[in-house]
Design a protein around this ligand. Structure first.
Ligand code: MTE
Ligand code: MO
Length: 254
């Protein structure tokens, strides 16, 4: 689709919502474009759907803003204490040498990577803003490997639609997912470093998925698994994330 026809699709969609019957039309449009988010309840969530569709069609692969080094926050806010669970403390005492990230689902070669192995991939870094939905935020440098490289290494299969990622079941097992546009976006990183150091446990060390185009809650800490899928139905309540199974929105684009 050309940019102009994309915009026309969106304008038509937004104009359509002005009328009562237009709500269904706009939702149908988004659905045709594969743009119904998994937690929208279909046409019951036309506001959500249009935000998501508009983002996807208009800004699509536009990057999250990157900052200069002098903008890095002096004391980034850690949301929560480092996990005290026995399993985590043991990993930590061991320098995370046995921490593994599994990659499975719709990939040709299900794989498992140690931190050392992930560090052998091309390194990417970014200075971006992490914003919590509760109102606070900070800017940090994130260092890691683009998720796209790891998916490529595992052999991403055709028809893949989402990438689900989950934390170690500590405190509470958190999981989330992104669509393929987000998964393959060059700023979506599996991070093991922050501000020139190893990623501190307070901020999700040893491994965290950083999704800088979304609110902080999609940047899941302590990740141990990545699963490629064409449907989110089999995960939790089918809404795409532990946050969406609760009261949050699956789509948290900013
Ligand atoms: N595993 C895990 N990941 C998580 C969370 C969490 O509690 N556990 N909190 C999320 C929320 S709500 C936010 S805002 C950010 C906070 O990141 P920070 O601790 O680096 O500030 O992490 C997100 N990732
Ligand atoms: Mo948050």
């Amino acid at each position: 689709m050309s940019d102009i026809s994309r915009r026309r699709v969106i304008r038509t969609g937004i104009a359509a919502t002005a009328g009562v019957s237009g709500v269904a039309a706009a939702a149908r449009l988004a659905d045709l474009a594969g743009l119904i988010p998994p937690d929208s309840g279909g046409i019951l969530g036309p506001g959500e759907t249009l935000t998501y569709a508009a983002q996807r069609l208009i800004v699509d692969q536009s990057p999250a803003r990157e900052f200069s080094r002098d903008k890095i926050s002096k004391s980034p806010y850690p949301n929560g204490k480092p996990p005290a669970d026995e399993i985590f403390v043991r990993h930590q005492a061991n320098g995370f040498a046995d921490w593994k990230l599994s990659v499975d689902g719709m990939v040709a070669r299900p794989s498992s990577f140690s931190i050392a192995e992930l560090k052998r991939f091309p390194v990417s870094s970014q200075i971006t803003h992490l914003a919590c939905e509760e109102g606070w935020s900070y800017i940090a440098e994130w260092i890691g490997v683009p998720l796209a490289h790891v998916l490529e290494a595992a052999g991403l299969q055709a028809g893949a639609k989402y990438v689900v990622y989950a934390s170690l079941p500590i405190q509470r097992r958190r999981w989330d997912s992104v669509d393929m546009a987000e998964a393959l976006h060059p700023q979506t990183l599996i991070t093991y470093g922050m501000n020139g150091e190893a990623l501190p446990v307070e901020h999700g060390g040893p491994l965290r998925l950083r999704v800088p185009r979304h609110l902080g809650y999609k940047s899941i800490k302590f990740i141990t698994s990545i699963t490629v899928t064409d449907s989110l139905k089999g995960f939790g309540k089918g809404r795409g994330s532990s946050a969406a199974d609760g009261a949050y929105s699956w789509y948290a684009g900013i």
